[in-house]
Design a binder for this molecule. Sequence first.
Ligand SMILES: CC(C)(COP(=O)(O)OP(=O)(O)OC[C@H]1O[C@@H](n2cnc3c(N)ncnc32)[C@H](O)[C@@H]1OP(=O)(O)O)[C@@H](O)C(=O)NCCC(=O)NCCS
Length: 341
Amino acid sequence: MSTKFKNPRARFNFQGRTCSITGVGSYVPARILTNADLEKMVDTSDEWITSRTGIKERRVAAKNEFTSDMAVKAAQRAMKMAGVTAEQLDLVVVATITPDMPFPATACLVQQKLGARRAAAFDLEAACSGFIYGLEVGQQFIMSRTYDTVLVIGAEKLSSIVNWNDRNTCVLFGDGAGAAVLQNRPNAHGLLTAVMGADGGKANLLFMPGGGSRCPATLETVTGRLHYLQMEGRETFKSAVQAMCTAAQEALRRCEVDISKIKCIIPHQANRRIIDAVGERLGAAPHQLFINVNRYGNTSAASVAIALDEAVASGKIHRGDLILLIVFGAGLTWGAAVIEW
Ligand SMILES: CC(C)(COP(=O)(O)OP(=O)(O)OC[C@H]1O[C@@H](n2cnc3c(N)ncnc32)[C@H](O)[C@@H]1OP(=O)(O)O)[C@@H](O)C(=O)NCCC(=O)NCCS
């Protein structure tokens, strides 16, 4: 990989247009479920969960709190930071695997709750990679001059598809939402590149068999527990480390940026061991990695969006800093993005 640091903006600042992230925001539900709480629900221990995953606690949405509700709260915070009104939004994209309903799109419900009457709205399903897929989609609309202001949200109520009797999976996931406002800003800082990848050949590693056209809901699918997510943990782990490293290296190569120039690396927060392995393979120093998996577990599409908001709020990221986001999820899907803040 090149160790030169050219000005990558020169390549991505197309005809004076830049896709800038002008606001970020996040929301997590109030209820905290600790490892000690899980010890009372399944045969597990704080020691096992902490040593294998780094997770200490996760958030769980209330019964009457849905993905769209969390998405709206995160979006309102991002819009406030951006100084953007709902009327200004041209497009709302919600990345989620836990929509309020199979249809209509959760993005339409969010559009209505925000009062974004002018905006088009659709959901995007790339599992835990959804937020970077969403950023890339938003960027394409902005750079093509189709839209000037795009709201991208990653939001999940994973507690609704987790089997709370399965210790292999229930300790790993949590609920929450994160959002970003993308705007055209002439000759400004912004999203430099986003890499996306997929491998449907490994769809069986992480999936939810019930509820789609292949296995519509019946009494049998419910008693067979087909409406819960299922995962091959060990294989998923290996694929995650490999795909995240490849995606990150490709994103850095495209921008001709060395890893040492990245101020803050925000990897998908699935497992502390995955994050450490990715950081090590990329040659990153521990202080470059932003980690909050200990507090939220894996919130899928919301994961890097929440972490980005927290990194900004905590003062870890300043104007002009280079940031690397890296994601991986069911599909399989993966991606990486380099942002000049
Ligand atoms: C799930 C994961 C934490 C398991 O860790 P691991 O080190 O691979 O665990 P192993 O598979 O070696 O060990 C599993 C053993 O622990 C047990 N176990 C699983 N969950 C447990 C729990 N919550 N508490 C106690 N024991 C548990 C299993 O029953 C198994 O026991 P056995 O060996 O007697 O059959 C890890 O594989 C992982 O994080 N995978 C990736 C998950 C992920 O990121 N998914 C989302 C991608 S977006």
